[in-house]
Design a protein around this ligand. Structure first.
Ligand code: ADP
Ligand code: NA
Length: 344
């Protein structure tokens, strides 16, 4: 079969937590391992997207570097995959503008990500226009930029979480509108396939009814890739569970206990129901001790790599520079074709 072009992106949010790692980033490493030699892999740190929210310039710069170091630390191989900063390639924004000129406003307004932003901004007025004035246009255009990220490399497969499915549908719609409007001899853009990566949803250690998130003010609720053994131990020990005897996997009835089982299974690459069975007659103390050990075992390699790589400024710059060159090599071809069809 023809090689796939697989593209995925992550925001430069600094040091990832265990949820980001198990739910998103570890899938990239698995993809890299399972890909066929003819498959092309592109992994992008999406700095253009980060600008839709207020950013402190010094923190953004540090977060961009840290995310690059994290991806190298967990095993993304810059010789196998094209690993790059999105904002090093101006073709993303160039194609985004072109796509915005064929994107129906109504479709963009129906994006659930936009609607939830609007709902969050909702004030005393019931007029959308008043609420919209509190948001920037970049947030509205976000899915168009994401479509450009994918189409500029003619990506065929986009592995993302379920919350992004609607954005991939929009990407297909925009590709189709472009193909039909600017026909040429054959359709320019392949319609990309949404690849639902079976993602493990890791919950907050302090409130297991919500997901582990960097935005929670309680730092005890999440484990960071950089946490050392003693921090992992104390966070797991303090994790909220229940007072039911024995251990069972019951995400609805026992979210805290089940979350620990999910983490243990994920960190030991085993099946959660089998792990649960093994702890049936154990107490939370034993479970927590073993979870902390498994997390430490799972994180210690990447953590050591990260602590080393993050200070290798010259190496990081070189990886980013080479990544940008390789990314631009691909998108340049697409942009030439796009412009020819447009009459530019
Ligand atoms: P956060 O919620 O910490 O702000 P982001 O929204 O930046 O995380 O998500 C970055 C990536 O990590 C996304 O692909 C998202 O689906 C994944 N992710 C975030 N939190 C979790 C979690 N608790 N469990 C599993 N995956 C997660
Ligand atoms: Na978030």
């Amino acid at each position: 079969r023809p090689g796939r072009v697989i593209l995925s992106g992550i925001q430069p949010t600094g040091i990832p937590h265990l949820g980001n790692y198990l739910g998103a980033l570890s899938n990239w490493v698995k993809l890299q391992k399972s890909a066929e030699p003819e498959d092309k892999l592109l992994f992008s740190i999406v700095g253009w997207h980060a600008l839709t929210l207020p950013q402190d310039p010094a923190s953004l710069l540090a977060a961009r570097n840290d995310m690059l170091a994290v991806l190298l630390a967990i095993g993304i191989d810059p010789n196998r995959s094209i690993l790059f900063h999105q904002d090093h390639n101006p073709h993303h924004t160039e194609l985004s503008w072109i796509l915005s000129c064929i994107a129906p406003m109504g479709k963009l307004r129906r994006m659930t990500t936009w609607k939830s932003r609007l709902a969050a901004a909702r004030n005393s007025s019931s007029e959308d226009e008043v609420d919209e004035s509190m948001l920037n246009a970049g947030l509205f255009m976000y899915p168009v930029l994401q479509a450009a990220d994918v189409l500029v490399y003619k990506a065929t497969h986009v592995p993302v979480g379920d919350d992004q499915q609607q954005h991939i549908e929009l990407t297909r719609d925009l590709a189709d509108i472009f193909n039909r409007t600017f026909k040429g001899t054959s359709p320019l853009f392949p319609l990309p396939t949404y690849v639902n990566t079976p993602s493990k949803r890791i919950l907050s250690l302090k409130d297991p009814t919500s997901k582990m998130s960097k935005s929670s003010p309680d730092v005890q609720s999440r484990i960071l890739l950089t946490d050392i053994a003693s921090q992992i131990q104390s966070k797991i020990r303090a994790a909220v569970t229940d007072s039911i005897q024995g251990i069972t996997y019951d995400p609805q009835g026992r979210p805290g206990t089940s979350n620990l089982l999910t983490i243990l299974a994920a960190c030991t690459d085993s099946d959660v129901t089998q792990v649960a069975k093994a702890y049936e007659s154990q107490g939370h103390g034993t479970l927590k001790r073993d979870v902390a050990e498994a997390v430490e075992e799972f994180l210690k390699g990447p953590r050591a790599q990260f602590n080393r790589i993050r200070h290798e400024t010259t190496y990081l710059e070189e990886v980013a520079r080479r990544g940008a060159i390789r990314a631009i090599e691909h998108s340049e071809v697409t942009m030439m074709e796009v412009k020819t069809r447009l009459g530019l």
